[in-house]
Design a protein. Structure first.
Length: 298
C-alpha cells in the first residue's frame, strides 16, 4: 500500500503500510495468546503527534520492565509514525503503537518467542462530546487486581481488570471507574489518572502506588506548580475524592475532564470547578494550543 492521503485508517506492520482489512497477526503471536505486549496511545494536534518523544520513551520503559526488546530505535519509530500519518486524510488522528514479544510455540516461557512484532493503528480522532466537559462526568470506585501490578508503571496489553471495572461503571451510567488496590487505596482510572482539589491543594496518587505515570498527568502537575498550587503526589483513599472540592481525570485523549459525581455522590457543588478549568486552559497553553477553543466552549 502506498502512502497516499486517501483514507482515514491505516495499519503499519513492521514498517509496512497495509489497509486495516488486510492486516494479519498470527494466532501464535504472544500478544494474542497471553496479552504479552506493551503499547502507547498518541494523539495529534494540527496533524502532528503530541509529546511524541515522551510517549516513545515510556514505550521503551514499559518494554524494558517486561523484558521485551524494542525492534527498532526511537528515531525509527518516530519516522514510521510520521510515514503512517502521512497516509491518512484526517483533521486529527490517534496512533496506537503496540509491541508484542512475537510468535513462537505454545508455552508461557518468554524465551519461546521469536522477534518482536510492531503494529501501529492510525485512526481518526473522535473527541469526547462537549457536554462531558461542560457538565462533568460521574465515576465509580472499583477494587481490582491488574496484570500490570507485576510490572508497575508498564503500559501492558492485558487490560482485563480495567475492562471489567469499566463495564461495572457503564452498568450504572458512569463514565469511568477509579481503581482501588487490595488495601482500598486509590490508584488511577482504567485509562486515566485521577486528581483531587481541596482549597488550593492538588493531590494525585504517586507512581509508588502502581499507577501508569500519564504524559498528560505530568504536564498538569507542572501547570499546577506554576499556578502556585500546593501539589502533592500522595496516597489517597476514596474518602479523599468524596470530600474534595473538585475531582478530574487526565489522559491523552481526554486532556482534563471534570468529575462531578463519585459513587453517586456529588463532588463539591456538583459542577466543574474553577481550578479544573484553569488547569485545562494552562495545559493547552503550555502545549502551544492556547489559541484553540476549549472543549466546553461553543
Amino acid at each position: 500500500m502506498t502512502a497516499r492521503r486517501t483514507t482515514q485508517r491505516v495499519v503499519s506492520m513492521d514498517g509496512v503500510l497495509v489497509a486495516p482489512e488486510d492486516a494479519r497477526v498470527s494466532v501464535y503471536d504472544r500478544g494474542f495468546l497471553y496479552g504479552d505486549s506493551v503499547f502507547e496511545t498518541i494523539r495529534t494536534y494540527g496533524g502532528r503527534p503530541f509529546a511524541l518523544g515522551e510517549h516513545l520513551a515510556r514505550l521503551g520503559r514499559s518494554a524494558a520492565r517486561v523484558g521485551i526488546r524494542l525492534p527498532i530505535e526511537e528515531a525509527a519509530f518516530a519516522e514510521e509514525i510520521g510515514h503512517a500519518l502521512a497516509a491518512v486524510d484526517n483533521p486529527e488522528s490517534t496512533v496506537r503503537v503496540m509491541i508484542t514479544r512475537g510468535t513462537g510455540p505454545l508455552g508461557l516461557d518468554p524465551n519461546l518467542a521469536e522477534r518482536p512484532l510492531r503494529v501501529m493503528l492510525i485512526e481518526p480522532l473522535v473527541p469526547l462530546p462537549a457536554a462531558l466537559y461542560r457538565e462533568g462526568v460521574a465515576v465509580i470506585t472499583h477494587r481490582t487486581e491488574r496484570a500490570a501490578d507485576d510490572a508497575p508503571g508498564a503500559k501492558v496489553g492485558n487490560y482485563l481488570g480495567g475492562m471489567l471495572a469499566l463495564r461495572a461503571a457503564k452498568d450504572v451510567g458512569a463514565h469511568e471507574a477509579i481503581l482501588l488496590d487490595t488495601h482500598g487505596a486509590v490508584i488511577e482510572g482504567t485509562t486515566s489518572n485521577v486528581f483531587a482539589v481541596t482549597g488550593r491543594t492538588l493531590r494525585t496518587p504517586p507512581e509508588a502506588a502502581g499507577i501508569l505515570a500519564g504524559i498528560t498527568r505530568a504536564w498538569v502537575l507542572e501547570e499546577g506548580r506554576a499556578a502556585g498550587l500546593d501539589v502533592r503526589e500522595t496516597a489517597m483513599k476514596p474518602a479523599d475524592l468524596a470530600e474534595a472540592d473538585e475531582v478530574f481525570l487526565t489522559s491523552t485523549l481526554r486532556e482534563v475532564l471534570p468529575v462531578v459525581k463519585v459513587d453517586g455522590r456529588a463532588v463539591g457543588d456538583g459542577v466543574p470547578g474553577p481550578i479544573t478549568r484553569a488547569l485545562h486552559r494552562g495545559f493547552r497553553t503550555r502545549a502551544g494550543l492556547g489559541d484553540r477553543a476549549m472543549p466546553w466552549e461553543p
